[in-house]
Design a protein around this ligand. Sequence first.
Ligand SMILES: Nc1ncnc2c1ncn2[C@@H]1O[C@H](COP(=O)(O)OP(=O)(O)OP(=O)(O)O)[C@@H](O)[C@H]1O
Ligand SMILES: [Mg+2]
Length: 407
Amino acid sequence: MIMIATIESQFNTSHSQFNTSPAILLDPERKSLRVEEFEEKLSGLVIGQERAVRSMSSFYQIFLAGMNQPDHPLGTLLFLGPTGSGKTHTVEAAAEILLGERDVVLKIDCAEFQHSHEIAKLVGSPPGYMGHRETHPLLSQENLDRYQTEDTKLSFVLFDEIEKASDALWQLLLGILDKATLTLGDNQHVDFSRTVIVMTANLGAREISELITGGIGFAPAHVSFNTAETEVERKIYHTALEAARRKFSPEFMNRIDKVVVYRPLKEHHLQQIVDLELRAVQDRITHSVGAKFVLQCSDAAKEMLLREGLDFRYGARHIKRSIERFLVYPLSSLIATGQMQSGDVVLVDVDRKTGKLAFMKYAGGSLVDGTLQRASKVKSKDMRTQVVTLQFSRAKDARNGQKGPAA
Ligand SMILES: Nc1ncnc2c1ncn2[C@@H]1O[C@H](COP(=O)(O)OP(=O)(O)OP(=O)(O)O)[C@@H](O)[C@H]1O
Ligand SMILES: [Mg+2]
């Protein structure tokens, strides 16, 4: 009773009418361990977009508690904001964590479904129509359920660029959001109640890009945000939301559980993304059919990859390109020319003279200098050191059987 009295002093209502046993104050803010673990993993993969991460984890919590609204998708989210800021990536990363693979997200690029025959690709044609038997509708129950696991019976559907949806696709989408069900051409019903539906829109893209570059068109790649960055973020938020309200009917906006406006990524976010992408390159190496080696990039090499990919207008998109161009392509040449063997440790650094990436490796436990300019001059006193030229432009030499100068 003392406990009730203490708690009651905080509230307007009398609680003693419910029970005589002491009332225990509950904490609805608390997250389950599985949700916490999911949120932690997701924020490790999706950098700088805490709101998006939280919105995903709240649906997961609802799913785990079995509290989803009946006849309603598990969640309907609208993602807005700058290009390359992680909208698509968030959904793929969530799928990877919960279902084991990124590409299990059912993606519908709305711009591709403009005409009625294209809509048939989504829902199939009615019986009797030409091609009825051949068309396997993309939005079938089978496709939705295909990647669910014993543990996690949910699916992700992504409608990209919904502002480009035709009227027919729009009607279809409204139906799904409203009743969590879709009727296919052959009258079968598809149940979306265990589906997280994410829609993305690139509304206000031009204004957002101008806000990011300070309205000066092309921002020099090396210029980072200054103290006005929170103001820019705020403006981007309002620009995106207003554009969405102008474009979409209240009928549609009311069906959405959460609208998330992505922030433009800052330099320190992009730095973390370089690290993430390098880990992804290591995974590619580890799972490739070729030589499986360990990749180590120096801070200078990471810095160079960041500089080459830094263009705030495109978020992390150019980071990926920079890594492909300056790192993955040379590595592929080195693998293809047999300069690397499984078990090697490959070091990537910046050559001070050229400013380019230099590749070296430890082979058989010894450091092997891989830059040709230096390698040709190396006269090792230590006969255990085997010098292997790691020079990706020398593919032709390698084909001719030249392995580079030996120590
Ligand atoms: N916040 C982020 N955290 C980690 N990686 C990111 C982030 N944003 C972007 N990336 C990386 O950049 C790539 C492109 O991002 P993504 O496809 O998610 O952009 P988007 O916001 O969907 O852009 P668009 O509006 O052009 O479709 C991703 O595959 C991912 O590797
Ligand atoms: Mg996208």
